[in-house]
Write a protein that binds this ligand. Structure first.
Ligand code: ZN
Length: 398
């Protein structure tokens, strides 16, 4: 009575053996890639997840909702999913804290030191990937959609960002945003493939409501982990480092004799939009370089005349000084430019571009250095350090 089932079991084992043999033969013949058959787990991969901001730095804010809290919660959920797939996960922070040195929350070197500690943790642990989680905000309530950024010169970063963005947009069928190159300090400093994920706009009523729900946060975490899993499955040997091709950015057209342009942000946060300002009887042409820069900057701070454009600077911002040397304009802004900024990485990027483009259209100005309260190397929103001379061509932005 007990014989039959045993025979069946033996037969099943035998046929399984034949199947495995066939599979090995197929792989040997090159019909199947090894990756697609066996590398479907994340065993032993070290992933550093960086919940953006924290502690004294709330990040983007909107109606009481703080970016730092959403970033941490989604990061904790992402850790859970990745650990269940066999990854070793390290969080740069597990509570509401920052990495500022005592007494250095503001000013030169503060943000750099803060961000360095996040990427150094990944380097020390020999991490395979660095995933920084952020949340967006923008003055235009209609703007929405998750975004993923990679370093301009990193092919692995680009591959990873595209796979994650592909999963994220499956949660938002009307999100047409593609993975983008970004000039952000965290991904510039990371030694391993790194991405910044903006999980949505807390300024958009629909996305804000979603971001407040447990189910949605879970689904974002699952989407990111699926993107990561796809990355390791698709590229089991990694992606060869080679700079992706990037089109050389054209600078702004030069101001003419009776008009100049001011560069503001579009209502959809997808780039700069210009607004032409005219001056009667060629007044503009007669102004000296210093008067021109002062006039353009003052009008940039005042904001656009058209309601369809979005200001890039707080109207409270004051110009403390402008000095021009060797065609480089050094602009010293009051701290309002930073303290009144509540947006995300992309808005910060566009804010800098709007200053650089508005300035470099003036014949005689080829580059811009941005100081805050007299200090070089600070940051407006904590993602980009103002530690260089920006030119419209070298500064690629979005
Ligand atoms: Zn952020």
């Amino acid at each position: 009575m007990f014989q039959r089932p045993i025979i069946v079991l033996v037969r099943k084992t035998w046929s399984l053996g034949v199947l495995i043999a066939l599979l090995i033969l197929l792989i040997g013949a090159g019909s199947l890639s090894l990756a697609s058959v066996f590398s479907n787990d994340l065993q032993n991969k070290v992933i550093v997840i960086d919940p953006g901001h924290g502690g004294a730095d709330p990040g983007a804010q909107n109606s009481g909702l703080k970016e730092k809290d959403i970033n941490l919660d989604i990061s904790l959920r992402l850790r859970k999913v990745l650990e269940s797939k066999g990854c070793k996960v390290i969080l740069t922070r597990e509570v509401d804290k920052d990495f500022f040195l005592p007494g250095f929350v503001r000013g030169r070197m503060a943000k750099r030191a803060e961000l360095n500690q996040r990427t150094e943790l990944a380097t020390q642990n020999n991490a395979d990937l660095f995933i920084s989680v952020h949340t967006n905000s923008y003055p235009q309530r209609n703007t929405y959609g998750m975004e993923t950024y990679y370093h301009l010169k990193s092919s692995p970063g680009k591959a990873l960002a595209e796979l994650i963005q592909e999963q994220l947009t499956q949660l938002q069928s009307d999100n047409k945003r593609k993975a983008k190159a970004g000039d952000y300090y965290l991904i510039n400093q990371s030694k391993m493939p790194a991405v910044i994920i903006e999980v949505g706009f807390i300024s958009n009523p629909r996305e804000r409501k979603l971001l407040m729900s447990d189910e949605y946060r879970d689904s974002v975490a699952v989407a990111v982990s699926t993107g990561i899993e796809r990355y390791f499955n698709t590229y089991p040997m990694g992606v060869r480092e080679s700079a992706p091709m990037v089109a050389q950015q054209e600078g702004p057209p030069s101001a003419s004799n009776d008009s100049y342009k001011l560069y503001f942000s579009s209502d959809n946060l997808d780039g700069l939009v210009s607004e032409e300002h005219k001056l009667s009887s060629s007044v503009w042409a007669k102004l000296g370089l210093s008067k021109k820069t002062n006039l353009v900057l003052a009008e940039l701070i005042q904001g656009p005349r058209s309601g369809t454009l979005t200001p890039t600077l707080s109207p409270k911002t004051k110009i403390l000084s402008i000095t021009i040397q060797d065609s480089i304009a050094t602009i010293d802004f009051s701290g309002d430019i930073r303290d009144d900024f509540h947006g995300g990485a992309l808005e910060e990027d566009i804010t800098i571009q709007s200053i650089v483009w508005s300035m470099t259209q003036i014949p005689g100005i080829s580059g811009v250095r941005i100081l805050i309260n007299g200090e070089f190397g600070d940051s407006i929103g904590g993602n980009i350090l103002l530690d260089r001379t920006f030119t419209s061509k070298s500064y690629y932005g979005v």
